[in-house]
Design a protein around this ligand. Structure first.
Ligand code: ACM
Length: 386
């Protein structure tokens, strides 16, 4: 398709507004739109408006694939922002590679993947799992009970966490998966199993609607996060609000961004979100990645031909942006992002108190080529905030 200098630059957006992961994906949609609005207010891409074509994939991997193909083939779009669950990203990749389109993926994931057609702006395991394993085994002990939703991210993430805990001489007490559509009674039964096993901590890779059910069942069974917390990579401000802060308080998450991060750029983010999208808006790690990746894209588009994928593939690697979490950079070698690991604990107001944070941003190592805890405790330089 040819375009004139006045045509809008169009990108696609695939975040679910319905289905099990709609709460977090709605926040990613808002993060994307906030960046697009800011870019257009500042003159767009070389004077052209950045326009978004959006569909609702309903949290269903097959629909992500169908809608990605529709965006590319029917709408002539070459860049898509989208996907939360790894199963949805994996469904889309063959379509991207076949048509040479790009996906900007703003979600933490299990690593062990590279596609020339994907830019990964959420945390890789060496930027969240390694730090979480190190923190939890140091503070709570090495007996871990693993619970996850039944799909690829939890399986792979638990495998990585097992290796890291075993390396400390620890023990995987149990590993349990529940369907994405599990009901509250399933979580009540699971919590009884946890109570009986009495691990040092729980590692949860439950996502979506199940997250609130797990934490509520845990609190209502009188399990005490001060002695035996749930540790997670996914439970962030959006899920905490959904379950209610009283159920989340005291539990721990490892992520490169929390709304409570104190940077000048982050101090401006929440007021901007609330001004444009309503006074109830809050931020989280997935919203932040969805936001800064569009700014990275716009910067690349201004230096490149915004309609040409090969030109963007040359412009995006190595690009940097002052994100709310701190300055981020797309790695030249692996298309993942240099990010700043942090450990947070939910407080009574539903925000995260930051317990430790890396002094420097950490280079993504999606294949965990260097994966021992010792390697990373030196290289991440996690530093206590308390
Ligand atoms: C995920 O499935 N990457 C959270």
């Amino acid at each position: 398709m040819t375009s004139t200098s006045l045509d809008p630059v169009r990108i696609g957006m695939l975040f679910s507004q319905t289905g099990v992961t709609s709460v977090i994906e709605t926040s990613q949609r808002i993060g994307t739109m906030l960046a697009v609005e800011e870019i257009n207010s500042a003159g767009g891409i070389q004077g052209r408006e950045l326009q978004v074509v959006s569909h609702d994939p309903q949290s269903r991997p097959s629909l992500y694939r169908t809608l990605a193909e529709r965006l590319i083939v029917d709408d002539g779009i070459r860049v898509i922002a989208g996907c939360y669950m790894s199963s949805t990203r994996k469904a889309v990749i063959p379509v991207l590679e076949r048509w040479n389109a790009l996906l900007l993926y703003p979600t933490l994931y299990e690593g062990f993947e590279y596609s020339r057609n994907v830019f990964y702006t959420g945390a890789a395991p060496n930027q969240n799992s390694v730090q979480l394993a190190e923190y939890m085994t140091r503070k709570y002990g090495t007996r871990v009970f693993m619970v996850g939703s039944d799909y690829v991210y939890p399986y792979e993430s638990n495998r990585i966490m097992s290796d890291l805990v075993l390396e400390r001489g620890g023990e995987k007490v149990s590993e349990v998966y529940l369907p994405l559509e599990a009901k509250r009674a399933d979580f009540d039964a699971l919590v009884q199993q946890i109570k009986q096993a009495a691990p040092d901590f729980v590692f949860s890779t439950v996502v979506g609607e199940g997250t609130a059910m797990l934490y509520r069942a845990y609190r209502e069974a009188q399990l005490d996060p001060a002695r035996m917390p749930i540790a997670s990579l996914t439970t962030c401000e959006a899920e905490v609000r959904q379950m209610g802060a009283e159920f989340a308080e005291g539990h721990i998450t490892s992520a490169p961004y929390f709304q409570s991060v104190d940077t000048p750029v982050n101090r401006a983010l929440v007021p901007a979100l609330q001004a444009r999208h309503g006074p109830d808006q809050i931020a989280n790690q997935c919203l932040e990645a969805a936001y800064f990746q569009i700014h990275l894209l716009a910067d690349a588009m201004r230096r490149a031909d915004p309609d040409d994928v090969e030109s963007l593939l040359r412009a995006l690697p190595g690009s940097e942006y002052d994100a709310p979490q701190g300055r981020v950079r797309i790695d030249e070698q692996n298309h993942h992002t240099h990010l700043r690991p942090r450990i947070g604990r939910v407080n009574a107001s539903g925000q995260f108190d930051i317990l430790e944070e890396s002094k420097e941003r950490v280079r993504p190592d999606p294949y965990l080529v260097s994966h021992t805890l010792q390697d990373w405790s030196v290289r991440t330089g996690l530093r206590s905030q308390a």
